[in-house]
Design a protein around this ligand. Structure first.
Ligand code: ATP
Ligand code: MG
Length: 550
């Protein structure tokens, strides 16, 4: 690797370890894996792990596998298997070869369990779950040995065979590794490695009624796939002892190593799939891809780009320090991307009628720039006429110095069109303005007034005749508290996380592509909703506000 290449790459402690391993010749090629459990949709925390694992493979010309860690058939689902693949691809990554499943290795895992039994390193235990808990001891007290611990390999082989053949009930017995009931690491106190579960599996059907546990499965799957660096989050730090113990005690050549990094936590949201799943099943959100969800599918529906998420993962970095990332970090990434790349368009969320009294003749077609400083993004046609709609907040009968919008007797520019002057207005019985009457200066299309009058304010608008009614879904943070993790969902949810507004859009927007954000001038970045948008009933999601809102 050249020095220049090294410089532009992100640097972190894991990459430093890899550099050392490559320099010392311990490895010649890096092999990583991303191992999701298919029990939910991927979230932004997974994106951190994806960018780390696939990013390392890319930068070191190595390989990264996608492996479903599918040892809990009851919680898993083929829909999740499919959505996860879609999300990884959408983020722009390619896994090496076929998709893999831990369940591909169930036969091999069974063989290694037999090997441990033969070596006197595993036994079938009949303690009840309650007894097992009691025997395990505590952080300050050593555990007690199970009375089944010192049975012979022959007995255990026969019992394990019976387990496999469905001769025991769920919870009646399990296979445990024989390690150390007094270990200061709880995971080493004879951990369960196989349990009985009469469950249909999305990959293996009804072939098995015993399923291996995560700790036994993960290290062996890594070794089978010749993974060199097995990267996981910090809560697995203690489990590394077990990871190493299993590999040390079975006859498998490859020797992957586990390294831990801190999870991504993001303010005002949560990452636990269990809790995200509860949001969906309890109906607090419109599915896993609700635009308020921190899922990849939710962010995509919200109008986030893959590039903005990858950039976010780059900015947060990879360390061993637990921390809480602020939402504006994420928002800045999409805002910067869209400011640069999103076409501009006009939508009025709270429309009020404005009549240009000196406009006569037919509707005029104006060519309006799609981006203020990107000629190559071209122009679009916007009808302009005698009646237009502006946002109610953009007009006041009386203004002040700070108010740069339309005020009675004053001038303002309509973006991409003319300078207008407010002459008078109508009001309803409650005193609300219903119609504004203006005049316009015909000589100001694309130029300043010829007599040197200074017009500072610019407002957005849509021609009334051709305006299309649209729904706007304005999203706010999903939770009211920065760290909702310890709270009940209902305690922490923000009742105003979705505010629906009804307004109008310029006609070109009926052709908006799903999930591709526009900058609605002065309103924010919005994209067509991928589920509910139709040409007859356009629905737009707020992707992100124009400015930091938190
Ligand atoms: P959850 O608790 O949300 O269910 P998990 O860790 O059980 O998360 P997995 O599907 O097992 O979810 O995760 C796949 C990979 O993604 C693992 O390597 C895991 O460490 C990583 N991962 C999960 N959540 C985060 C996060 N918040 N930040 C970084 N990496 C994460
Ligand atoms: Mg998990």
């Amino acid at each position: 690797m050249s020095d220049l290449e090294k410089e532009v790459r992100p640097s972190n402690f894991i990459r430093n370890i890899i550099d050392t391993d490559l320099e010392s010749g311990k490895h010649t090629q890096v092999q990583t894996r991303f191992p999701p459990e298919p029990n939910g949709y991927l979230h932004i925390g997974h994106a951190k792990s994806i960018c780390l694992n696939f990013g390392i493979a890319q930068d070191y010309k190595g390989l990264c596998n996608l492996r479903f860690d599918d040892t809990n058939p009851e919680k898993e689902d083929i829909d999740f298997v499919n959505s996860i693949q879609e999300d990884v691809k959408w983020l722009g990554f390619e896994w090496a070869g076929e998709v893999r499943y831990s369940s591909n290795y169930f036969d091999a895992l069974y063989g290694y369990a037999i090997e441990l039994i033969n070596k006197g390193l595993a036994y079938v235990d009949f303690l009840s779950p309650d007894e097992m808990r009691e025997y395990r001891g505590t952080l300050t007290e050593p555990g007690k040995e199970s009375p089944y611990r010192n049975t012979t390999p022959e007995e255990n082989l026969a019992l394990f065979e019976k387990m496999k053949n469905g001769e025991f009930k769920e919870g009646e017995c399990c296979l445990r590794a024989k390690i150390d009931m007094a270990s200061s690491f709880m995971v080493m106190r004879d951990p369960v490695i196989y349990r009985v579960k009469f469950a249909h599996h999305h990959q293996t059907g009804d072939k098995w009624c015993i399923y291996p546990m995560y700790d036994f499965t993960h290290c062996i799957s890594d070794a089978i796939e010749n993974i060199t660096h097995s990267l996981c989050t910090l809560e697995f730090q203690d489990n590394r002892r077990l990871y190493d113990w299993v590999l040390d005690n079975i006859s498998i050549e490859a020797r992957p190593h586990q390294y831990e990094f801190s999870r991504l936590n993001l303010e005002y949201t949560m990452m636990s799939k269990r809790k995200l799943s509860a949001l969906v099943t309890e109906g607090h959100v419109d599915g896993w891809d609700d635009p308020r969800m921190p899922t990849i599918a939710g962010l995509r529906r919200r109008g986030y780009t893959p590039g903005s998420i990858v950039e976010f993962c780059k900015r947060i970095g990879v360390t061993k320090m637990e921390n809480m990332v602020e939402m504006p970090m994420l928002e800045a990434c999409i805002r910067e991307d869209l400011n640069e790349n999103a076409p501009r368009a006009m939508a009025v969320l709270d429309p009020i009628k404005l009549v240009i009294e000196n406009f006569d003749g037919d509707t005029e077609i104006l060519n309006v720039k799609n981006h203020p400083n990107k000629e190559e993004m071209g122009t679009r046609e916007m009808p302009f006429g005698r009646e237009i709609l502006i946002d109610a907040a953009d007009f006041r009968e009386e203004g002040n110095k700070k108010y740069k919008r339309l005020v009675l007797g004053k001038e303002v520019r309509l973006r991409g069109a003319y300078v207008i002057k407010a002459e008078r207005c109508d009001k309803d019985a409650d005193g609300n303005v219903t119609t504004i009457y203006c005049t316009y200066d015909k000589e100001t299309l694309g130029k300043n007034p010829s007599d040197g009058r200074k017009v500072k304010g610019v407002i957005h608008w849509v021609a009334a005749e051709t305006a299309v009614a649209a729904e706007f879904r304005v999203y706010n943070k999903l939770f009211n508290v920065a760290n909702p993790n310890g709270l009940e969902l209902t305690e922490a949810l923000n009742p105003e996380s979705l505010v629906v507004k009804h307004g109008v859009i310029e006609p070109s927007l009926v052709n908006a592509e799903a999930s591709k954000a526009y900058q609605f001038e002065r309103e924010g970045y919005y994209c067509a909703d991928s589920k509910d948008f139709t040409k007859d009933k356009p629905v737009f999601n707020l992707t992100v506000a124009l400015r930091e809102s938190f």
